[in-house]
Design a protein around this ligand. Structure first.
Ligand code: ATP
Ligand code: MG
Length: 566
């Protein structure tokens, strides 16, 4: 491709509205342009990179045995009413009407469409298992589109759906996708973790998120420094390895603590360790009051509360609710002499507190030397807190560290959530009708591309991994007006292309400094500069990643370039 007529507008300055590196670089290198909030065009260079990611995904999906199809973006409201999601999906669903005022949505995901498709065309167990996938634009009216294509309202997704006759079959289909995803993200050059996640309201069991490690992620991942354990902190289990104390139990005492509401206030006011404090938070769990206790240095985890109570809605009580139940404001509440109708649950660590401190259920008052069992009763002890850095890893290997992550992929066991709602059944080998067992598997294709840039750049621009770089080689004659340089560059351009290498040929009459700056910004793996030694057939080869420069004779060029790209 000749650069003089290529649509690749570069920007010298960092666009002020782009907060993160990948967004800035995608704009500066002319990969994307915003059309309207959260909606982007991919320019030729951006599309080429996107297609490289797509090709890797397609290859690995096909290799896993999945079949590609293409479903419509326009989906009728009736489908969504059948699954019960027309209301439940909420404002993120992009809704529209046709000329007859019938309602439609632009697909944010395709469980409804695929389930009806398979329901209508697959009847016997003999056709199963089956995994279908597509690569297609998705539409979600995100509350906060941001970071360019990392969180867009129109974005490219690969979505796959598996159909099995048994849960064991689903386990296998799931594992195949898990393995394919591992291959895909590895081939894209990403440093990522498959993270155990919360299955939330979708009703499934297992789920993993594929997280690219990054400082701009929206999720916190707890991972082991010695093993491959990784989980979203929402669900990472905490190992209960607290030690018994031999401190003698003292007498309960009431203490005036004016305005000392938070754990920090109390620890400095009383000059005590956070670990002595019993943090008490009143929750409303499906309309019932529940007092949750954790140690002062720990954080309550409401996803775990939700699981413990198998609850739909878990919310911290409002000030009014707290006053109603505890006769006191938050900050001074505690389990001692609390209303008997309130259920009290505590994190395991609380059981080991001796002579602790908690709110006195009276304003500006705390209790000292509080001992669980003696001074208050706990209905049950559970794992109710967030895991923390420095905790032992739940798999027994190493210590927990935290890192932010960008979710690029998601694998999920759906079970019969959609097949039951939409009546997708098959006849088993006894002729009995059963619901199909489903899984769903998504990859944000455009988000993955941005994540690659987020992990692969330096102060001068993008540093593409060869596997997804839009071009393999940037060919730059220092001065195109010099006949020997132009001639050699033309010759090499043809030769490289003949070898099926993707070459961007900078045939512009710009100054060398401008060309090299653009070249660093673009960040293709190999740059070939044709300069002073053109007449001798010698060119300079520079690797974007290491900055290494070597001189090569044109006869050895192809081999050398290919070696580096491998
Ligand atoms: P998130 O928590 O980031 O909103 P999600 O749980 O809504 O993601 P899924 O419904 O599992 O995402 O979609 C599958 C994949 O599509 C995600 O793993 C992610 O890579 C990608 N994706 C989701 N929403 C967006 C978006 N707004 N822009 C770009 N990619 C997205
Ligand atoms: Mg989302």
């Amino acid at each position: 491709m000749k650069q003089s007529t290529y649509l690749s507008p570069t920007l010298r300055d960092i666009p002020s509205d782009a907060e993160v590196k990948s967004h800035q670089l995608m704009l500066r290198t002319g990969l994307i342009r915003q059309s309207t909030s959260g909606v982007y065009s991919f320019l030729p260079l951006g599309l080429k990179a996107l297609q490289k990611v797509e090709a890797i995904i397609r290859e690995e999906m096909n290799h896993s045995g999945a079949q590609e199809l293409l479903m419509p973006a326009i989906q009728s409201a009736e489908l969504w009413q059948e699954s019960g999601r027309w209301e439940a999906y909420g404002p993120e669903l992009m809704r529209l009407n046709d000329r007859h005022n019938r309602e439609f949505a632009l697909g944010p995901t395709h469980e409804e469409v695929i389930t009806t498709l398979v329901r209508d065309d697959v009847r016997s167990y003999k056709k199963l298992p089956m995994t279908l996938y597509q690569i297609q634009n998705k539409y979600r009216d995100e509350r906060r589109p941001r970071f360019g294509v990392l969180r867009a309202r129109e974005f490219l997704m690969k979505d796959a759906y598996s159909f099995d006759t048994s849960f064991e079959g689903l386990d296998e289909s799931y594992q195949k996708m898990y393995d394919a995803y591992t291959q895909i993200f590895t081939r894209c050059g990403l440093d990522f973790r498959a993270v155990v996640a919360d299955s939330g309201a979708m009703g499934g069991k297992d789920t993993h998120e594929f997280m690219v490690l990054s400082d701009i992620g929206e999720d916190t991942i707890a991972y082991s420094d010695e093993s491959d354990f990784a989980a979203n902190i929402e669900i990472a289990p905490v190992v209960c390895d607290y030690k018994n104390s031999d401190e003698p139990v003292k007498e309960l005492e009431e203490k005036a603590t004016p305005e000392q509401k938070t754990i920090e206030d109390i620890t400095s006011f009383l000059q005590i360790d956070e670990k002595k404090c019993i943090k008490s938070v009143l929750f409303i769990v499906d309309d019932e009051p529940v007092l949750v206790l954790v140690r002062g240095d720990h954080q309550v985890n409401d996803v775990k509360i939700k699981h413990v109570f198998d609850a739909q809605i878990v919310e911290v009580a409002t000030n009014e609710e707290t006053k109603k139940w505890m006769k006191c404001v938050p900050g001074f509440i505690g389990p001692v002499r609390a209303d008997e109708r309130i259920k009290v649950v505590a994190d395991h660590a609380v059981e080991y507190i001796v002579n602790g401190v908690c709110g006195g259920n009276k304003e500006h008052t705390h209790l000292l030397n509080v001992n669980p069992g003696r001074d208050f009763t706990v209905n049950d002890y559970y794992d109710l807190r967030n895991i923390q850095e420095g905790d032992p890893s739940p798999d027994g290997k190493g210590t927990i560290m935290f890192k932010e992550g960008i979710e690029v992929g998601h694998v999920f066991k759906l079970g019969t959530r959609y097949s039951e709602a939409m009546n997708a059944t098959f006849l088993d080998d006894q002729g009995k009708s059963k619901p199909m067992i489903m899984g769903c598997y998504g990859i944000g294709v455009s988000r993955t591309l941005a994540a690659v840039i987020e992990q692969h750049h330096d102060e001068n621009g993008i540093v593409w991994p060869a596997s997804v770089s839009p071009f393999d080689v940037h060919l730059i004659p220092v001065n195109i007006k010099q006949e020997d340089q132009k001639q050699l560059a033309d010759e090499l351009y043809n030769q490289l292309q003949g070898e099926r290498l993707d070459v961007l040929y900078d045939d512009r009459t710009e100054r060398p400094g401008v060309k090299f700056k653009d070249s660093d910004l673009f960040g293709f793996p190999v740059r070939i500069t044709v300069g002073k030694k053109a007449a001798e057939g010698i060119v300079e080869l520079k690797l974007r990643k290491t900055g290494e420069v070597i001189e090569v004779h044109k006869d050895e060029l192809i081999q050398t370039v290919k070696g580096y790209l491998r």
